[in-house]
Every structure is written in C-alpha cells, then in structure tokens.
Design a protein around this ligand. Structure first.
Ligand SMILES: Nc1ncnc2c1ncn2[C@@H]1O[C@H](COP(=O)(O)OP(=O)(O)O)[C@@H](O)[C@H]1O
Ligand SMILES: [Mg+2]
Length: 266
C-alpha cells in the first residue's frame, strides 16, 4: 500500500548558528496510510507542533522531504497545501471568523480551493447542506446559523471548526491539541465528535494530544515523539491493547529515559 503522506527524514533547526540554536526535528520519518487516525504524544517541546507546521507549510523543513500522494509538497505554500490539508488548533478562536455567522464560516470552508469567495452570499442549496451537517453535531447549532461565532462557547466553536475542516474531505486532517483549552466534559464531547467525523468520512488524521489516555483510546495508531524523533509507533492490535504502563515501558525501552511525571498528563 502506498502512503498518503510520507515524511522522510525531515530536519528543522531554529535560530541556526546562534547561541539559541535548537535542532527540533532530528530526522523524523513517518509513513501515513490512507485512513490512519494517528494520535501523537510527546513532552513539552518535543517538536509536535513544529511537525504539524512543517506539514501545513507554515514552516519549511531544512532537509528531508514530505510527499502527499507521492508528490513532494515541501516547497508548496501553506495556502496551496490548505486545499488538501485542514487543521484545527488548540485555541477555539483560531478556527472560525468571530464576526462572520455560522453559515458564512461554513461557506468559506465549503468553497475551499475554489476561486469564488463569499461575494455572492450563502446560497440556499449550501444552507441546506450546512443545516444537515450541523444537525449531526447534536448541539442545536442548526437553529443558530445566522449567529456570529463570537457568541458560541469554546466547545461549540471547536465542534464547528472540526465540521468545517471536514466539510470538503481533506486528504489529511491535522489536530493540534484541539481539546486542550476546553473543560474536561467539553473536551470529551469534542473528542467523541472527532472520532465520529473521522470514522464517518474515513479521514486520515494526525492528532496531537497531551493526554495519554486520549491517545490510547482514540485512533488506530499511536506515535510518540522525543527530542525530535519518533520513539514509539504502535498500531492495530497492539494499539488496541495498549495501556498507559505499556506505553511508559515502550518509551523507556526506546528512548533510554524515564518519563518525568509532569511531562505529560495521564
Ligand atoms: N517559530 C519558532 N521559532 C523558534 N523556536 C521555535 C519556534 N517554534 C517552536 N520553537 C521551539 O521548538 C521547540 C519545539 O516546539 P514545539 O514543536 O511547539 O513543541 P511541542 O511538542 O510542545 O508542540 C521548542 O523549544 C520551541 O520553543
Ligand atoms: Mg505544541
């Protein structure tokens, strides 16, 4: 099987040649198969967000290559990559335009990759599609389509952002601690929605989480980063049977280090 996304020996150094030189990605390799739902964990500063930035194109790699469906995208602009790669951030404010309504935000997402912007307003045919999609969230947002998103809660905004990220099926969905700013109950709600959307649309998704239990519970594959490299990569049956203790043991075995307690939330 060929990979949908192939990350090949990528390196990234910040502030090269200065006293603050920081070699963050140190030869990262990952073959992502179509339909993989990969949870990514690693301590603070392990390079998780940097990895996503290099995939989304907001940062360029220093060396190595990134292939999407077999074609190198490493020099493609972030705007062009956004047609195929959608992204949800930690901050609920990042995903939607506050002063646009729910339906206007959805229209922007729906027209991703097309030349036409919002100039012709939201069409009735589009509104119907959006309403059906919103109903599936189960949050009642289908009755508030003309409300600006600034009036929604953080959880509602993240749910809407997820829906927008998948309205036009992306080749890859990137989730960077997208529930970390939410209270535990809302976080669980958004995680469940994530699972539902990924499964329903058969998405290929990479999800960074700080929460080991979430990483174990969700996805078919789990990757752990340490000092800019992948030190754990478990999938299938092994992933399904994984426990926190297994994971700590695997980390210890492969990195030669023990995890500091507060490095990750359990
Ligand atoms: N744009 C940047 N410029 C300089 N240093 C950066 C930049 N982005 C990240 N870093 C540094 O790279 C390291 C890894 O950061 P990051 O990938 O955000 O870690 P995390 O695994 O917590 O998401 C950190 O030491 C961080 O300070
Ligand atoms: Mg991060």
């Amino acid at each position: 099987m060929t990979s949908i996304l192939s990350i090949q020996d990528i390196h990234k150094t910040f502030e090269a040649g200065t006293i603050n030189e920081n070699h963050v990605l140190r030869g990262m390799n990952l073959e992502v198969e179509e339909g993989d739902f990969i949870s990514i964990i690693g301590g603070n500063g392990a390079g998780k967000s940097t990895l996503m930035n290099t995939l989304a194109g907001t940062l360029l790699v220093d060396s190595g290559d990134i292939l999407l469906e077999g074609k190198s995208i490493k020099t493609v602009s972030a705007a062009k990559r956004a047609v195929d790669i959608s992204r949800v951030f930690q901050d609920p404010k990042m995903g939607t335009a506050s002063r646009l309504t729910i339906e206007e935000n959805m229209a922007v997402a729906y027209r991703r990759g097309q030349k036409r912007g919002l100039s012709w307003g939201v069409k009735d045919s589009e509104r119907k599609v959006f309403k059906e999609a919103l109903k599936e969230l189960g949050l009642g947002l289908e009755n508030r389509m003309k409300v600006d998103t600034q009036f929604l809660s953080g959880g509602q905004r993240q749910a809407l952002t997820l829906l927008m990220a998948s309205l036009v099926k992306p080749k890859v969905l990137l989730l960077d601690e997208h529930t970390a700013a939410l209270d535990p109950k809302t976080s669980d709600m958004v995680m469940d929605l994530t699972k539902k959307i990924v499964e329903k649309d058969k998405l290929t998704a990479l999800m960074i989480t700080h929460n080991m239990e979430n990483a174990i519970e969700y996805g078919n594959r789990l990757v752990m980063l340490h000092q800019g490299r992948i030190v754990v990569d478990v999938k299938g049956e092994e992933k399904a049977n994984l426990t926190v203790q297994n994971l700590l043991d695997l980390f210890h075995k492969n990195s030669g280090q023990a995890l500091v307690d507060d490095e990750m939330m359990l």
